[in-house]
Design a protein around this ligand. Structure first.
Ligand code: FAD
Ligand code: PYC
Length: 427
């Protein structure tokens, strides 16, 4: 029988890569590392700060789409260890406004081809997402949402209560349910993607094209010359570059402040949980805005569920008891049989929330420094498009047309894109 080492022992500096985890099992020896563990060079054409999905995808598309390969991704800990490895893996493109629909649907289309593109199974499962309605008011809101989606060319179907029941029979359809289910909307192309695989697949692809992925390398400051960012200070020394981009999610405002940029971002904890594994009991993703909770079942059989932001600005990656309690109570109410499950793990990530619930992708106003941030509770689904558009800007000096509406400048012009209504888990 395979004997696996203690997880604490594995979680040490020199053992960050997934390959090492598998290599620890006697039956999985001699695997080639999926990406090179690079040492930082003194100079690059471009530096990407943050080895989450967005940073790694940016590096991959810089190399793949634009032939820019003298690139480093600098990650303060291990790749995918931020929100990319902490999220609940839901992908969808059911947003309200045309600018968002274009951006989010391009991301979903890239996800649809990503396993082939990267030759790495990202385990995309388009099992559909049902958003439930519990009152006449909810039905009206969902109709408006579905109509906006159809108008933007995104598929959506309004369901009656019986249709919801056929798709998710374990929901609470009892006559005295506190949140009676009157219907819902299904977005059938939505689903889940294995989050680690996205980080590892992009890392592997970028590394194969020549990108240096440098873990355990925190950026601690910016080097400026005549007002222009020309490099970064790091825990492993100074590194120069013509262009520096940051994709650091929950740390965006802190890091940008080091370069003198003030962002309209507030950081909050967002938490989630998984239960013990059970046989297949939930074939779709279900989201109930009324109870602020959502559920899916992982390929391992765990029920994956989570709730709203903590609503107290914080950098603590644990989440408050009040929200945990709300999520658990909502789960027992909405799926009575899940009340008997044991919760295995609870965790949180720090998400960067922007007032209009839309991302920022573009220039920072400081020459040489570019940014991808503000995805709040919903930026896993956009990793491919975040990388694609930021790479375009770095390589060409021009905003990609999909990213044009999402500039920092919109907070001066007032052209906000308020997606709070479609954020799913509100932010
Ligand atoms: P990250 O993955 O956080 O990567 C940023 C990286 O930057 C980190 O690895 C960090 O260590 C590094 N970094 C920070 N500071 C520095 C520094 N100074 N120097 C070097 N490196 C640095 N989105 C969805 O679309 N669907 C979901 O179902 C979903 N569920 C979620 C559930 C939870 C509980 C959470 C917390 C988030 C969820 N999200 C979801 C949001 C999603 O996870 C994020 O928007 C997305 O992962 C952001 O990706 P990223 O690459 O920008 O950030
Ligand atoms: O963006 O779909 C989403 C989401 C679900 C849970 C957290 N974020």
């Amino acid at each position: 029988m395979a004997v696996y080492p203690n997880m604490n022992e594995l979680n040490t500096r020199s053992k960050y890569s997934a390959w090492n985890l598998f290599a620890a099992a006697p039956s999985h020896q001699d695997w080639a590392p999926a990406w090179r563990q690079a040492e930082p060079k003194p100079r690059y054409d471009a530096i990407i700060i943050g080895g989450g999905g967005h940073g790694l995808a940016t590096a991959y598309y810089l190399a793949k789409n634009h032939g820019v390969t003298n690139v480093a991704v600098l990650e303060k800990a291990w790749i995918g260890g931020g929100n990319t490895g902490r999220n609940t893996t839901i992908v969808r493109s059911n947003y309200l406004y045309p600018q968002s629909a274009r951006l989010y649907d391009f991301a979903l289309k890239l996800y649809e081809g990503l396993s082939t593109e990267l030759n790495f199974n990202i385990m995309l499962s388009q099992r559909g997402l049902i958003t439930t309605a519990h009152s006449r008011h909810d039905l009206d809101n969902l109709s408006r949402w579905a109509n906006a989606m159809l108008f933007n060319g995104i598929e959506a179907e309004i369901l009656n209560a019986q249709q919801v029941r056929e798709l998710a029979p374990r929901l609470n359809f009892s006559a005295n349910a506190r949140y009676p289910i009157l219907g819902g909307v299904i977005h059938r192309r939505a689903g889940t993607v294995r989050h680690d695989a996205v980080a590892w697949g992009y890392a592997r692809g970028a590394s194969a094209l020549g990108v240096d992925i440098v873990q355990d390398c925190a950026v601690t400051g910016f080097i400026k010359q005549d007002g222009r960012v020309v490099g970064v200070q790091t825990t492993r020394g100074e590194i120069r570059a013509d262009k520096v981009a940051m994709a650091v999610a929950g740390n965006s405002s802190q890091l940008a402040a080091m370069a003198g940029v003030r962002l309209p971002v507030t950081s909050y904890s967002l938490q989630a949980m998984v239960s013990e594994s059970v046989k297949p009991v939930l074939d779709t993703v279900v989201l109930s805005p009324a109870v602020g909770t959502y559920w899916s079942q992982s390929d391992k059989g765990e029920i994956v569920f989570g709730g709203a932001l903590d609503l107290v600005p914080s950098y603590a990656q644990r989440g408050s008891f009040a929200i945990s309690q709300q999520v658990l109570a909502a789960t027992a109410e909405m799926f009575p049989s899940f009340g008997r499950l044991r919760v295995l793990r609870q965790w949180a990530g720090t998400v960067d929330v922007v007032q209009d619930s839309s991302p920022i992708i573009g220039s920072t106003g400081v020459p040489g420094l570019y940014i991808n941030c503000g995805w709040g509770t919903g930026g896993f689904k956009t990793i491919p498009v975040g990388g694609w558009t930021l790479a375009h800007l770095l390589a060409t000096g021009k905003n990609h047309e999909l990213a044009e509406p999402f500039q920092l400048e919109r907070f001066h012009s007032g052209r906000l894109i308020d997606e709070a209504g479609a954020a799913g888990i509100a932010h």
